[in-house]
Design a protein. Sequence first.
Length: 312
Amino acid sequence: MWTSIDNSLCELGESPFWHPRERALYWLDIPGRAVLRTRGEIGTPSATVERWALSTEPGCMAPARSGGLVIALRDGIYRAREWGGELVAIARVEHDVRTMRFNDGKCDALGRFWSGSINEAKDRANAALYCLDARPGRGAAPAALAQMANQVTTANGLAFSPDARTLYWADTPAHQVRAWDWDAEANTLSQPRVFRQFDAKPEGWTPDSPMLRYAGRPDGATVDAQGHYWVAMFEGAQLLRLAPLGETVAAVPVPAQCPTMPCFGGDDLKTLFVTTARKGRPAAEIERLPASGTVVSMRVDTPGLPVAFFED
């Protein structure tokens, strides 16, 4: 059912998206400080994976309508006009880069780039969610980051409903996914609520614990064309498909203990790609689940939504 992409091994894969113009999958290796992409038809003998080394950790990225990428690095948002090209800062963030960096994010359907931060010390909930609107005529240059939400430790799980009325955002250590009513045109959030609260990790739990159950904690996410929220459950070895009211409608096992983020791709958007992690995992776990750290894929019945491009 699941297939690993050849040569996709990372320490911690994140931020995957399917580029429809290039018919390629892009993703990041955060601790490996790299952007990766496929070249050629995935799964064929001629397929390859290209790796672009960066100077610091990338948290998330999105394709740009006018070409290239927008990438959130540790200290701000950067623009690259072409693969491997110069990274030009387009917005800075006011946080302590010694302990804070950008993490999960993506563009909304109107072309604004969103990224949340992470407190790597995990000693307080001082991370936040930011939005960058760089569309022509929308403000002065350089564009400014607007803080949209806060009070989390590890920002994750960002996704937007197909009707652009709901925004989802997770705090991984809190085992919680939140939701807001979202006015996409005005870009305002209201009516914050808990979309789904998961159980904490039981004390003493390991993947081999026969008596202790653990579903994992919410990491990256996406939304399908029916408005269901797909979330990678880190350490839970599964993806959950949640209905718009938060109930689980499907639990899909993943051949890695730590899935990190799903996305939909392929020409029909019915290939589900999932990045995974192996950094810091026990050797016995890697031996048992050798797909850990690779990008895995499978076919699904319900398509996803096309990637949203950055507009500048």
